[in-house]
Design a protein around this ligand. Structure first.
Ligand code: FDA
Length: 396
């Protein structure tokens, strides 16, 4: 090789997912010559399956405290500089429309492929080369810039962006590429674990979940006073799922109890006393019928057949616990196979929060899910992908 070769590209972006596509488009708009590499045959496979095919592309209520990280302040700068409103503007500028489902979650009316097409359209430029089905065998730091050996040849660039995501859903292309690069450059990693993932049960609890599979209910799920989510939960053949469970799963640690309040709109202090006063002759099963699914009442709560007035204090206390503070210890999670995200990843202390550049390795950047920043369910993770990509691109 020439001793002072001109790099083929200003920038190589590894990973054509949400963060990689966004970074590529913004870098090209800044006049950079970009090569985007992905080992999949097509880009954005997670975008396509996201939000049940309708891509929950952001959330109106983006706030740093809805992200999990060893350094909760790390995401603030990027989220502030490229906001949900910036992405909404981009969506609108492509003639796409959206609707708010619940809790500020925005979904694309034209479905997920339209969001992917929009990002691809944004990347369209003479300065952008996309290489798919391309395997990377190594990344080397040169005295100036980087050399990347791929199944399509060896290329060089001044800068390199790692946007290869986390470990969730290996079936659609997730790999540990980002973590291997981190190790190669002696960068610290926060241990990973599946997030936004269904919880599994075993024994009697699993038998019960199987009997109730398909039953959904609105509840408040909590680990402690600070960590609680009011959303739907769903019984499945493996255990528990639904938005409330996915949310709590990102905070749950092995062997920890998860608590459920199945009547989140009722006052636990007065609910049963009021029933005793107002419906003394009815059974608990009868009065709960308008509030909870019939099958759930029968199988999970197993209310005594007696009239409410005849229930002992002990029975009432037990029922109160089961309704408002039911404790379950899940046996585990469904793992990366079904997890929507990966918790942990590249330690944020290695990065500049302004640019996503590795402090010790100028020219090397990490963005998106590869970094130890994980959002709640509801558009928060895509917003992190957009915002971290924009922070990076702005500094190139
Ligand atoms: P992403 O995983 O999107 O992209 C990484 C890219 O790198 C992939 O294209 C992959 O092929 C490529 N790659 C990996 N290893 C490589 C290697 N060795 N060589 C070359 N290329 C490599 N979030 C949200 O906000 N709203 C939602 O509606 C949903 N819905 C949703 C549904 C499902 C089923 C899942 C699994 C996830 C979601 N998410 C979500 C989460 C969201 O999809 C996720 O946070 C972002 O896609 C992360 O973007 P990245 O670009 O960082 O990684």
């Amino acid at each position: 090789m020439n001793s002072n070769p001109k790099p083929n590209y200003d920038l190589i972006v590894i990973g054509g997912g949400a963060a990689g596509l966004m970074c590529t488009s913004l870098a090209a708009k800044r006049g950079k010559k970009v090569l985007l590499i992905d080992h999949n045959a097509k880009p954005g496979r997670k975008i396509i399956i996201s939000g049940g095919g309708r891509c929950n592309f952001t959330n109106l209520n983006i706030q740093p405290d809805r992200y999990i990280s060893q350094n909760p302040r790390f995401c603030i700068s990027a989220l502030k500089r490229y906001t949900q409103h910036d992405f909404i503007k981009l969506v609108k500028s492509h003639g796409l429309t959206y609707n708010e489902k619940t809790l500020g979650q925005l979904f694309c009316d034209q479905k997920s492929p339209a969001i992917l097409a929009m990002l691809q359209e944004e990347c369209r430029s003479d300065d952008v080369t996309m290489q798919y089905q391309c395997e990377i065998s190594y990344v080397h730091k040169l005295s100036s810039g980087f050399e990347v050996k791929t199944s399509s040849g060896t290329v060089t660039s001044s800068k390199i962006v790692i946007a290869s995501g986390g470990l969730s859903m290996p079936k659609i292309g997730a790999t540990n590429f980002a973590y291997n690069i981190a190790k190669q450059f002696n960068l610290s990693l926060i241990p990973t674990q599946p997030g936004l993932v269904p919880l599994t049960l075993s024994g009697d609890k699993l038998d019960l979940a199987i009997s109730l599979a398909g039953t959904a209910l609105d509840c408040n799920v909590f680990l402690d006073k600070k960590t609680s989510f009011r959303e739907n939960m769903l019984f499945t053949h493996r255990g528990l799922s639904g938005p409330a469970i996915l949310q709590i799963s990102s905070y749950w640690r092995e062997s920890q109890e998860v608590f459920f309040n199945f009547l989140p709109d009722q006052n636990p202090e007065t609910f049963l006393q009021d029933l005793r006063k107002n419906n003394p002759k009815e059974t608990l099963g009868q009065v709960l019928k308008p509030l909870l699914p019939k099958k759930f009442i029968a199988l999970f709560l197993c209310p005594p057949e007696k009239a409410i007035a005849q229930l002992s204090k002990k029975e009432l206390a037990q029922i109160n616990d089961r309704l408002f503070r039911c404790a379950i210890i899940p046996s585990g999670t469904e793992g990366y196979r079904t997890a929507e995200v990966t918790l942990g990843g590249l330690d944020t202390k290695e990065l500049s929060s302004k640019t996503m550049e590795v402090k010790q390795v100028p020219g090397l950047y990490f963005i998106g899910e590869a970094v130890d920043v994980t959002g709640w369910l509801g558009g928060y993770n895509f917003q992190w992908a957009w915002s971290s990509a924009a922070a990076c691109a702005e500094s190139l």
